[in-house]
Design a protein around this ligand. Structure first.
Ligand code: SAM
Length: 277
């Protein structure tokens, strides 16, 4: 079998995630110490598996911290539920089944996201980081821990082969490109790298965006009408529409009162009726 670079962990091997040797190679303590949690924090463990990192964080979390255990595999979420069955704080954990690219949680609903040994498995790391930014509140934190690329002659205790691993420098550049401008490496790991990343710049807030309703006309072209301001613009393609909307909004508003972004809402008519007068 050739290596596909997004080789997924086989849920049938779930027991390996609780191998006691993991405590030596992947001690939870440095990560837990680097991610202080506050009452009310909402923590999402993305690619939770059997909840190795989630359970360590749960044990250290103050009362009132809530957890989402997210995984693409229901088998993994079942294993996690098993392991939490007798946990006194099992009610603080909700399991969430996700897809490869999307987590079904609302925008800005997560204070702390964690990704343990899953970054190297992602099919689209940049796309996934954008999804994590969508989930995080402004100033939210993301911790990633993953396997380091080892020198060719180094002995590998566990984890995937070298060619499936993501070098730390690559991850760091990808985090910067995704808008994480505060990236701190966590010390205390040898065969792995660990970072805590945060954004200091606010993502565009809802109130800073002007909304347009976009309708596709029978001929295939598009019309966009602003809500709350009288701006209407048309274009043949979506790319042209984006450009036209940008230009129309820039003309309409004086510098200084201009919104930070445009939200396009695409709509289809689901029902139509006549109200006689
Ligand atoms: C190697 S396991 C690590 C599990 C756990 N974080 C740990 O370190 O023990 C990787 C996990 O990520 C999950 N996974 C892979 N791609 C994913 C994605 N795009 N979104 C969510 N989970 C994913 C897999 O199903 C698997 O449970």
């Amino acid at each position: 079998m050739g290596h596909d670079h997004h080789h997924k962990f086989d849920p049938a091997d779930a027991a390996r995630l609780d191998d006691p040797r993991r405590r030596d190679v992947l001690p939870p303590a440095p990560l837990v110490a680097a991610l202080p949690l506050h009452p009310g924090d909402r923590v999402a463990d993305l690619g939770t598996g059997t909840g190795y990192w989630l359970r360590a964080l749960l044990d250290a979390a103050p009362a009132g911290t809530r957890f989402w255990a997210v995984d693409t595999e229901t088998a993994m979420l079942d294993h996690l539920a098993d392991r939490l069955r007798d946990h006194p704080r099992r009610a603080d954990v909700m399991t969430v089944r996700s897809t490869e690219h999307a987590v079904p949680l609302p925008d800005a609903s997560v204070d702390v996201a964690v990704m343990g040994m899953v970054y190297h498995e992602l099919a689209d790391r940049r796309g996934y980081l954008a999804e994590v930014r969508r989930l995080l509140v402004p100033g939210g934190r993301l911790a990633i821990i993953d396997w380091a690329v080892l020198p060719p002659d180094a002995e590998r205790t566990m984890g995937p082969p070298n060619d499936e691993r993501v070098p730390f420098e690559t991850a760091k550049a990808e985090l910067a490109a995704a808008g994480f401008d505060d990236v701190v490496r966590v010390e205390g790991y040898q065969e792995t790298w660990c970072v805590v990343a945060a954004t200091t710049k606010d993502p565009i807030g809802d109130c800073d965006a002007i909304e347009f309703l976009v309708e596709q006309l029978p001929g295939g072209s598009y019309v966009a009408r602003s809500i709350g301001a009288c701006v209407t613009t048309e274009a043949d393609t979506l790319d042209e529409l984006r450009a036209a909307v940008r230009e129309a909004v820039c003309c309409h508003f004086d510098e200084g009162c201009k919104p930070a972004a445009v939200r396009l809402r695409f709509f289809t008519v689901v029902r139509e009726e006549m109200v006689p007068l």
